[in-house]
Design a protein around this ligand. Structure first.
Ligand SMILES: C[S@@+](CC[C@H](N)C(=O)[O-])C[C@H]1O[C@@H](n2cnc3c(N)ncnc32)[C@H](O)[C@@H]1O
Length: 268
């Protein structure tokens, strides 16, 4: 069977079950690259069976496609992910793009709450930034190190409860901390609730626990003229402007025109 025919077969199976067709695209992108649709590749029986097995699992169990293949795309690369780390979200590329604009090969970056390491690793690969990734989870750190090795990034990764084990100063601090209210987690879509770790989601009673820690401590870890970049929940802007009221703050919107990133500078 030609690759595009198999793709159309799986895409149509997904559409019939109300699963977004982008899942079919992601599946073929992962195994055969972005140009799969124009590739002259004829799939053998083994390949077709493997693809169909994954597609059927997606349909039967509602497990997200990236949980099934254990890899997730971010900024054009596939990162290893598993049940212990958040599956990267497209919106996080907004934060990445802002950090890329401010970075060069001398920039020292702290990727706090690094998860699978998508932000720090991408900044190192794209701009040769000097990156320290930090997370409280040993599982996340193991995945970050694996991703760095597999993708050829040169970063360091340490275990740290927020800033507790951080000693240096950085030109840029990026963080996508957990920001869902504890009581809201149960009502999240089951594909998030059941397949992303609670540790990566739970932002405490008001969802703001980690932002408050960051606001009270980040100055000690930022170089002069440095920048803090934070991903935020789409409805958290006003509370966060209050929490960061003593700093200069700019808010950036995401692809859906929702507030998504805070760019924070210390006032002169
Ligand atoms: C929303 S995920 C973000 C992961 C990744 N940066 C991304 O954007 O996909 C939040 C991460 O914060 C980590 N985390 C939770 N509590 C933490 C703490 N007290 N100190 C450091 N990291 C923490 C979780 O383990 C998780 O990897």
């Amino acid at each position: 069977m030609e690759i595009k025919d198999c793709y159309n077969l799986i895409k149509n199976k997904f559409i019939a079950k109300n699963i977004d067709e982008s899942d079919a695209y992601a599946l073929f992108d992962y195994f055969y690259g972005k140009d799969f649709i124009v590739a002259n590749h004829v799939l053998n029986k083994k390949e077709i069976n493997k693809l169909l097995r994954i597609a059927n699992k997606r349909i039967k169990t509602h497990e997200p496609i990236f949980s099934i293949i254990n890899f997730s795309p971010f900024y054009g690369r596939f990162f290893k992910t598993n049940k212990h780390v958040l599956k990267p979200r497209l919106d996080t590329e907004i934060l990445l793009n802002e950090a890329l604009k401010l970075s060069n090969n001398k920039t020292k970056i702290l990727d706090l709450c690094c998860g699978s390491g998508i932000l720090g690793i991408t900044l190192n690969l794209e701009k040769l930034c000097k990156v320290l990734c930090a997370d409280i989870s040993n599982f996340a750190l193991a995945i970050t190190r694996k991703n760095a090795k597999a993708l050829g990034a040169n970063i360091s990764a340490i275990k740290s409860d927020m800033f507790k084990n951080i000693q240096d100063k950085f030109d840029i601090i990026v963080a996508n901390p957990p920001y869902i209210k504890t009581n809201d987690i149960e009502s999240l879509d089951s594909e998030v609730k059941n397949f992303d770790p609670k540790l990566a989601l739970d932002g405490g009673d008001d969802g703001l626990k980690f932002y408050k820690i960051i606001a009270s401590e980040f100055e000690k870890y930022l170089s002069k003229d440095g920048t803090l970049l934070l991903e935020i929940g789409f409805n958290q802007k006003n509370e966060l402007l209050e929490i960061f009221s003593e700093f200069d703050v700019k808010v950036i919107k995401d692809f859906n025109n929702l507030d998504r990133v805070l760019i924070v500078k210390i006032k002169e």
